[in-house]
Design a protein around this ligand. Sequence first.
Ligand code: SF4
Length: 768
Amino acid sequence: MAQWRKTACSLCYVNCGLEVQTEGRKIIRVRGDREHPRSAGYLCQKAQRLTWYGDHDDRLTTPLRRRPDGTHEPVDWDTALTEIADRLTAIRDDCTGADEGPMAYVGGGGQGNHSSGPYGHALLQWMRSTRKFGALSQEKTGDFWVNGKMFGRQTCHTAEGVEECDLLLVIGCNPWQAHGFNRARNVVNTIKNDPTRRMVVVDPRRTETAAAADLHLPLRPGTDAYLLGAILALILQRRGQDEAFLHARTEGFEQVAEVLRRIPVDEFIAHTEVPRADVERAVDLILGARAMTVRVELGVQQGRNSTLNSYLEKLLYLLTGHFGRPGTNALHSWLTPLWAESAGQRSAITGFEYIGGYLPLNTLAEEFLADRPDRARVMWVDSSNPANTAADTASFERAIAAADLSVVVDVAYTETAALADYVLPAASQHEKWEWTYFTLEWPVNYFHLRPPMFDPLPGTMTEADIYARLLDKLGALPGREALDHLTEIARTDRANLMTQAAPLLKDVPGIAPVLLHLTLGRTLPAGAAPAAVLWAGCHQAARRMTVQVQRALGTRLAGTDLGEELFDRILSSPGGLAFSKHTYDEVWDLMRGERVRLDVPELLERLAGLDPADDRPDPEFPLSLIGGQRRSHNANQILRPPAWRRTDPDGALRARAEDLAAVGASEGDWVAVVSRTGRVVARAEVDGTLRAGQLALPHGYGMSVPDGRGGRVVHGPRINLLTDAADRDPIAGTPHHKDVPVRLEPATAEERDTAQRDSERVRQLING
Ligand code: SF4
């Protein structure tokens, strides 16, 4: 009987603990890890499909170099890295005047594949560049910006007390399918079946979560800010604010109240198309709650007014005092933050602010296509597939073509890899030490370092090794003797390693992760070298949160001994562990300053300026498309082979029957979705849970995969052919993917034939 081994699911950012059985290089059985300190045995149906991530025909096993005709040829590692190093050096030397440097770095891991990030950043720093883009800046930076203003740091990120709340207010998300917090389905079912607890869902669609709720507010897409503004104004009208909390813990309430008092509540509610009585009932439930938790997601963060939405949802729980208590929202700790604190730097090209260290992914193409000397010139993509995930696929394709050098580091031959000058094959996250950095829990927080399940696929390298070898070729690393000396210190006097390494880090501090990998890493057991970078984070956490780390580990060690203990515990806990344990009154220690700042002038101005008259649908594109819907059988772009999608093999366009009928279509027909930027043909599926005029296409499709006959076939809709990179939030630049203006048209005969042929081919691949 094969042994059960512990790992984690990487198909959404909850990262449930798993136990798996393997056979050869395949995962053959998956079950929830009951001993996992956070997920405690929970898993959803998606985890059973994990094997498709690392086991398919598009795995890369050799570096590739682009030929003049656009095809790729295999080259050996030394050739690829030498040529890349020569070209990087030439570009860097040629770009001495550009403040933001010549490189744009996209990605750096995600969904549980996090180890590459620190090493990629070392390269970015060697290139004297700051331009960083990723999924976070496609989704979350508006939220980070608001957190920076209200809590004092962009790394102050909020958590939800879903397990203990008596009112769960869900806005713009469907935890039943998308999860987003631990044991989501259990939580939804528990609240549904408990007469003392309530759930309110704000969502245009009657999602599975909405159907389980006590109250569903099916607002018109894109009107969240109007609804939240009206609810806040009603709370004030009823004097529902928590005066004691506001007085003790916040500042700026009066400025907020002044704007809220002027909100034309009736007009705002009418604009949302939610019955006034239901809005009043939502206010009743909020004011009657003992402990409310607000849960939001991409429905508001990728909707219209997204940064303003992030502000208003926080005002909801802060004005009513539902913060920092059991069952309410709170902040959470970090081992090391997943993003940075930006110092107000802006892109010289687009003027967008760096938030959390990131520029908006929506502006990536502009950084390359600008006709100016300080434009970006190197496109470096790591564990990311912007050719499919960035808005406006065509502009991304122009941008990568305009780069002087483009390199992709990935496990698979993605759509982005197909366009790159060089492709470097990485070992998969099942073939190396990896960790889940989405540690977003409060008051106890967790970390999960997991050992590999398989040896690296021959021809691949871990990202840590790829970057170490490249930086060595670039001359960024100290010589062998210095590395050997530090390795010896790591073996004999580990706690002093960084002090000893400090002189070597003077010129390029960003290479610290690579130094740790090459020195401390050599001393770690069982090939755990890539995990060496965590050592520094453990020491920082032990310094920052001594008492909380002591509590979690059950130790009285302190200082460097505590950091060492934490690192050793992480290394020896293949099923994850709790690394910090706060008490509720310690939530205030996680902010900068002592009070939450409620008034954010830029956003109060936007709230005051909201006008339904400015917010009418474009008559040419009157329908609203959810561009990237989460469903029961889709995940991110890391699951490539069609075989894992027996359900919904075409990635259907969901629409109400009457919207399909308006273009003469019905269930199963091929229809064209048309936007300002493109046209996508998809198979229609009737869905009565959508609002009239609302359509949905799933995320995680549109991949070009081997067709089994020597060619390739595109599997499902490439939704970013439809999205417009300029249709974005004015502060964070996040896209309005959940409200893309489109229209429907009948597919042409040629489009129907092509779509049908591709669909049949995909179904043959699925059925073997
Ligand atoms: S909830 Fe997320 S992490 Fe957990 S099993 Fe499902 S997809 Fe994986």
